[in-house]
Design a protein around this ligand. Structure first.
Ligand SMILES: Cc1ncc(COP(=O)(O)O)c(C=O)c1O
Length: 385
């Protein structure tokens, strides 16, 4: 027996922690770039679970991998070896050009592990993070997340110093003998799709090399083709010492990982870190099929082309309330001079799901397989509004 919208919301209101601001629709199913609510209304999805469904919702290859693997082996814990984890480790180490990987289940958990690793590797305690950064809500990840509203109730947090984003000199000045590492997003997502200058990551790499500071790149939101490269670090040609992944890693299936250079990873010995579900056979098989889809359907190049197209179309709207359209690949932000909440609501009524971040930035992170026609519809709806 299917519940109707009111019945579903009634149960949410009664039983679920009140930590999310939800839009007034209940989603029943999704396919490709389209989601359908319980009343049968369809929406073009420009949110994709916040940069998760890069291959599109319920991709047949991902669904097939879930079915196939779940009939054979779902979970056994890391007391044992599995073929699926071995293959995914090899695939991701090769794709990222890092040396070793540790599997977990979410972005915050990946960041948490990255910070622990940097502390153990350096014996130092302080992290340098960037203003407006978002790295997750667990305690370690929160300590390098900037927003006062998220941090304040949970202080004291682990020691962190915040410097302006896109200012490598500020990082140089902030480094002391107590600095374990610098953590940052290659494109700031939650902050409103903030794109740094071309040389920024390269400069940080140099500063970290000169001072013996670890560079941690949080690619949780930018990974798996989102910015028009497999990983956003490729735009600048640098390699971090530690890298975090999650979101699009499992094609919608929960997965996360941190990767590191060999000599950094060597600092984690037996018992230093663990995760019950990390790298279970099912999630690894799903992630492998997800990677195959991204390759086969050339979604990385598609993100680059479609992102450029979307930005051009959004810029052409030429409305006086649009301050700036910016982006990399299909991670696009449209900064408005007004709050964007009402636009999100109106777009939803017109069958388009949009996300608003930092109050006044419309963030477009649709599935990378979205069509030009669907993007045209989205831009048309925004134009109407
Ligand atoms: C850059 C970045 N790091 C970490 C996280 C936290 O990921 P999760 O929500 O999977 O814990 C996010 C989530 O938005 C993110 O954008």
């Amino acid at each position: 027996m299917a519940l109707n919208y009111d019945e579903i919301v009634g149960k949410f209101d009664k039983y679920i922690f009140n930590t999310y601001t939800r839009q007034p629709i209940a989603i029943k199913k999704a396919c490709g770039a389209v989601v359908t609510d319980v009343n049968g209304k369809e929406y073009i999805d420009c949110v994709a679970g916040i940069a998760v469904n890069n291959v599109g919702h319920c991709h047949p290859a991902v669904v097939e991998a879930i079915k196939r693997q779940s009939e054979q082996l779902i979970h056994v814990y890391n007391l044992y070896y599995t073929e699926q984890q071995a293959l995914l480790a090899e695939g991701l180490v090769n794709l990222t050009e890092m040396d070793r990987i540790f599997f977990c289940n979410s972005g915050a958990e990946a960041v948490e592990g990255a910070l622990k690793l940097a502390r153990k590797a350096t014996g130092k305690k302080v992290f340098i993070a960037t203003e407006h950064a978002f790295h997750g809500r667990t305690r370690g990840a929160l300590s390098v997340t900037h927003k006062e509203k998220y941090r304040k109730p949970f202080e004291p947090l682990a020691p962190a110093v915040f410097v302006p984003y896109n200012d490598a000199g500020a990082i140089r000045e902030a480094i002391t003998n107590d600095t374990a590492g610098v953590i940052l997003e290659p494109v700031q997502g939650e902050a409103g799709v903030i794109i740094p200058d071309d040389g920024y990551l390269g400069e940080i790499r140099e500063i970290c090399d000169e001072t013996g500071t670890l560079m941690i790149l949080d690619e949780v939101q930018t990974g798996f083709g989102r910015t028009g490269k497999w990983f956003a670090r490729e735009h600048s040609g640098i390699k971090p010492d530690i890298m975090t992944l999650a979101k699009a890693m499992g094609g919608g299936f929960p997965m996360g990982a941190k990767l590191a250079r060999e000599d950094v990873a060597a600092n984690f010995g037996r018992g230093d870190h663990a995760s019950t579900f990390g790298g279970n056979a099912l999630s690894c098989a799903v992630a492998l099929s997800n990677i195959e889809v991204i390759k086969k359907e050339k979604l990385v190049a598609k993100a680059s082309d479609l992102g450029a197209y979307l930005m051009e179309e959004l810029k052409a709207l030429d409305k006086d309330y649009v301050k700036e359209v910016r982006g990399k690949g299909l991670m696009v932000g449209m900064e408005l001079s007004i709050k964007c909440e009402d636009i999100v609501a109106k777009a939803r009524e017109c069958g388009v799901l949009l996300n608003c971040t930092s109050d006044s930035v419309l963030r477009f992170v649709p599935p990378l397989m979205i069509s030009k026609e669907q993007l045209d519809t989205v831009v048309g709806v925004i134009n109407e509004i």
